[in-house]
Design a protein around this ligand. Structure first.
Ligand code: ADP
Ligand code: MG
Length: 317
């Protein structure tokens, strides 16, 4: 039987750190990524794609601010939806074209996704996620007064060291899960929950209200993987393996580990909070919920890692 893989693409799958983010640059990166995705498809894997949106949302937020004399700036929930469409489109176009050139017609579709969060999540009381541009102290003061933004100092010194901070609540449920499953049954390649999805809360009349918050894309990827009953959750980033003692002389890249080992290493602080930490947390949750395995590796090693030859592979035992 063909295994279903949910693939969480990291920042470098769409924009390299040194690039400014032109559409040409992003299409080149997306093409490289799609070559890897096509390899997985040829090997018989069914795929669902999710992705980060940090650099794209950051750029869009700057555009909102810089053009506010001409046009009304759009809030974070709208910017999140815009980046899902933007990045999803690049994958839809490129993947469909690659399949077509290979003589196969494979439908590829993006679902702009809402993700339910708990309004009592502790991160609403003490927001943790810096987003968008850096500000001077004066700019920070104006934005606090005019927009009621929470703005925190994110670097110890310099002039532009202030940044807006928003809540990053835990994802609980994919609102569009049913539609995504129908699309998969109809043999579509689906792109969903990009940038972690747009966070929404459930209000008493049963409607959803979107929020000025962001969800970690790897954690949302796990919820998506559980919702579609994925066999494998594949997290692709810019390192081949997660390590113990990362960056130190005694660094030890991890190969195959159990959930118990992963939990122990996470508790010992081996995986940094804003980067590898949420990936490992998402991997652990996936396997604990019944997933066959979670794999953390780099984009270029994806198929090798699926074959069990590299990457950090997390299994129940
Ligand atoms: P992405 O944008 O691909 O989602 P991140 O930059 O958030 O990825 O996370 C990947 C990064 O995590 C690596 O490039 C590395 O700098 C960092 N990292 C933190 N802790 C570890 C660790 N224990 N092992 C490997 N990488 C780690
Ligand atoms: Mg990154």
């Amino acid at each position: 039987m063909n295994k279903l893989v949910v693939i969480a693409l990291g920042g470098n799958a769409i924009k390299q750190a040194h690039e400014c983010g032109t559409s040409d640059e992003q299409f080149v990166n997306v093409e490289t990524t799609c070559h890897e995705l096509i390899k997985m498809n040829r090997l018989g894997y069914k795929i669902v794609i999710t992705h980060g949106n940090g650099p794209q949302a950051g750029n869009l937020l700057i555009q909102q601010e810089e053009s506010k004399k001409l046009l009304p700036p759009q809030p974070l929930n709208i910017v999140g939806a815009m980046t899902q469409g933007q990045i999803g489109f690049m994958f839809q176009n490129t993947l469909r074209n690659f399949f077509h050139l290979a003589g196969k017609e494979v439908p590829v579709v993006t679902v702009v996704t809402q993700v339910l969060v708990d309004e009592n999540d502790p991160d609403f009381a003490d927001p943790s996620k810096p987003i968008g541009p850096f500000y001077t102290e004066q700019e920070a003061r104006v934005l606090r007064e005019q927009k009621n933004y929470l703005i925190k100092k994110v670097k110890p010194n310099g002039t532009k060291i202030w940044r807006r901070v928003v809540p990053s609540p835990e994802p609980q449920m994919i609102v569009e899960a049913g539609s995504i499953k129908s699309l998969l049954e109809a043999r579509n390649i689906v792109i969903a929950a990009g940038g972690g999805g747009v966070p929404v809360r459930l209000i008493s009349d049963g409607t959803y209200q979107s929020l000025e918050a962001v969800i970690d894309k790897d954690k949302a990827g796990n919820i998506l993987a559980q919702a579609v009953n994925a066999d494998i959750f594949l997290i692709l980033t810019d390192v081949e393996k997660a390590s113990l003692n990362w960056g130190l002389e005694n660094e030890k890249p991890l190969d195959k580990i159990t959930v118990e080992q992963a939990e122990k290493y996470l508790a010992e602080g081996h995986f940094l909070k804003g980067s590898m930490g949420p990936k490992m947390t998402a991997a652990i949750r996936f396997v604990k919920a019944g997933g066959e395995k979670a794999v953390i590796t780099s984009l270029s090693r994806a198929t090798d890692a699926l074959a069990g030859n590299t990457g950090t592979i997390i299994t129940r035992d």
